[in-house]
Design a binder for this molecule. Structure first.
Ligand code: ZN
Ligand code: ZN
Length: 128
């Protein structure tokens, strides 16, 4: 699978947290990561469901370059949304496979704030 930003081949990597372990694809060039929905789904069994306010933001021409899903064969355009808890984190997600693209700083935010768990609920709610 290739990075939606750089088009270079991504590498499989494992993130280990106290209560869970996730397989992600990481781009060796821009350090962004791709999360399959199945990976986020694993979190459901270990956290309480949380209700999230969902607010989609329109693409901003300068900062936000459109990215295409690296997973789906027909490469649909990823949808951009900011996280209800942190407006600085822009999430690109695929409406079709519900995978999620995260730029480098976003992964740090995730690990620091258990952001990943909230992200899972966020994407799930968007998709259904
Ligand atoms: Zn990249
Ligand atoms: Zn997709």
């Amino acid at each position: 699978m290739n990075c939606p930003r750089c088009k270079v081949s991504m590498q499989l990597e494992t993130i280990k947290e106290k209560n869970y372990q996730l397989e992600i694809d990481r781009c060796p060039q821009c350090d962004g990561i791709w999360l399959d929905f199945e990976e986020m789904k694993k979190l459901e069994s270990i956290v309480e469901p949380v209700a999230w306010e969902v607010r989609q933001i329109p693409p901003q021409v300068d900062q936000l370059i459109g990215l295409y899903c690296p997973r789906c064969p027909d490469s649909p355009l990823l949808i951009k949304a900011d996280h209800p808890r942190d407006r600085h984190v822009i999430i690109d997600y695929c409406k079709k496979c519900q995978g999620t693209w995260l730029d480098p700083g976003e992964l740090t935010a995730i690990q620091q704030e258990h952001f990943l768990i909230s992200l899972y609920h966020f994407i799930r709610d968007l998709g259904h």
